[in-house]
Design a protein around this ligand. Structure first.
Ligand SMILES: NC(=O)c1ccc[n+]([C@@H]2O[C@H](COP(=O)([O-])OP(=O)(O)OC[C@H]3O[C@@H](n4cnc5c(N)ncnc54)[C@H](O)[C@@H]3O)[C@@H](O)[C@H]2O)c1
Length: 358
């Protein structure tokens, strides 16, 4: 995908702004997780940037091949996620991993860690290398919230979070940005300590009362909107029975088809995925042994209003978002631009010496 003349002019002007702070092509900035947080980027800014990344993807006005992956440990993944959004002048690649095995084998390091190389799309040079663990932590709930914003009943009173790890905590912390009338948030995890840690961290930040579900069945039966973020496994043994799910619910999966019996997806009135191409690739990797149900549209199309959305309060709706580089690059752009202006991070020389090449 090449830039139009209009995009070239617009983005060249933005590049000239960047050049006031960074000698592009000769240096880059390194941003740690704390630097990203210190930019002060708000949840709503992340949600809006993520939504734009999903819409640009579904309009196909960007270049974003389906992510490819390697799997060095059992049920672990490392994904390469490049994207170029010409309209947004946002370009780069995320290298992200999830190793649930760290919990037991290497407990001194977290299961998920990611980096982004953020590039100048006009010259190809790296402008920033940033830790993307925080971006992943907030943009993933943002993808769920884009689905919820357009598919759920926004007057929902109950929300359920299945999995209380990094994603569980940030989903609960961010949910009231969209579901403003929540009264009760049920959480469930196989470890009591994970639920306790979520409540300790999130309760001071949300209005609704967070309670530990007595069982997964209680959570599923009780909640209007449910998000799940359990480890994605190759051969899932889904713990949620189809009879626990009921009409009117909005179910968001951030973990493919790990949690619900296949009948739930097949009986949904509407079923959205963030990227049809990506999920078809995942079938090839063996993640959907029962295949996918009929897809109503992509989540970005839902957000753009180009496919049918919820038509009645009685519909069961499933949104399956596996995550896309376009969302990461939109968030990386905000972080990069703020960090530049705020003087955050460390400037480092690019290792490609022009002297040696010219
Ligand atoms: N869709 C996306 O864009 C996206 C982005 C990042 C992460 N993820 C996925 O989200 C999932 C969670 O990531 P995380 O960083 O929060 O991991 P995490 O390890 O921090 O949290 C996972 C939680 O699930 C709990 N758990 C594991 N098996 C369980 C079971 N059978 N029943 C109940 N609880 C169980 C664990 O105790 C843990 O608290 C992973 O599958 C990851 O790949 C998706």
């Amino acid at each position: 995908m090449v830039y139009t003349k209009e995009q070239m002019e617009k983005n060249d002007a933005i590049r000239n702004e960047y050049k006031k702070y960074l000698n592009i092509g000769h240096e880059f900035i390194y941003l740690s997780e704390q630097d990203c947080i210190d930019t002060g980027t708000t949840d709503m800014e992340i949600i809006e940037a993520t939504e734009q990344g999903m819409i640009d993807y579904s309009k196909k006005i960007l270049e974003m091949p389906a992510k490819i992956g390697i799997h060095p440990m059992p049920d672990c993944l490392m994904h390469a996620m490049p994207a170029n959004l010409p309209d947004q002048y946002a370009c780069g690649i995320k290298w992200g991993s999830n190793f649930p095995t760290n919990k037991t084998m290497y407990p001194d390091v977290i299961p998920t860690n990611c980096q982004i190389i953020y590039n100048d799309a006009l010259t190809g040079h790296m402008m920033a290398l940033m830790d993307a663990s925080w971006i992943t932590k907030v943009r993933t709930p943002a993808t769920a919230l884009v689905g919820i914003k357009h598919a759920a009943n926004l007057k929902a009173k109950t929300f359920g979070m299945i999995g209380c790890g990094i994603q569980g905590k940030s989903n609960v912390r961010m949910v009231e940005n969209i579901l403003k009338e929540l009264e009760t948030i049920y959480v469930y995890d196989m470890y009591e300590s994970a639920m306790d840690a979520l409540i300790a961290e999130d309760q001071p930040q949300v209005k609704a009362r967070i309670v530990k579900a007595e069982s997964l069945e209680q959570l599923v039966r009780s909640c209007d909107v449910i998000v799940s973020a359990l480890p994605i496994v190759h051969s899932p043994n889904p713990p949620v029975k189809a009879e626990w799910v009921h009409k009117g619910q909005t179910i968001v999966c951030l973990d493919c088809h790990t949690v619900y019996e296949d009948a739930v997806y097949k009986s949904a009135d509407k079923y959205y995925v963030d990227s049809i191409e990506q999920h078809e690739l995942l079938i090839g990797y063996g993640y959907y042994p029962h295949g996918l149900p009929k897809i109503t549209g992509e989540t970005g199309e839902l957000a753009a209003g180009t496919v049918p959305k919820r038509e009645s309060d009685d519909e069961l709706i499933v949104v399956n978002n596996v995550g896309m580089a376009s969302e990461d690059m939109m968030c990386a752009k905000i972080i990069f631009e703020r960090a530049l202006k705020m003087g955050l991070g460390v400037k480092l020389p690019l290792w490609t010496s022009t002297k040696g090449l010219l």
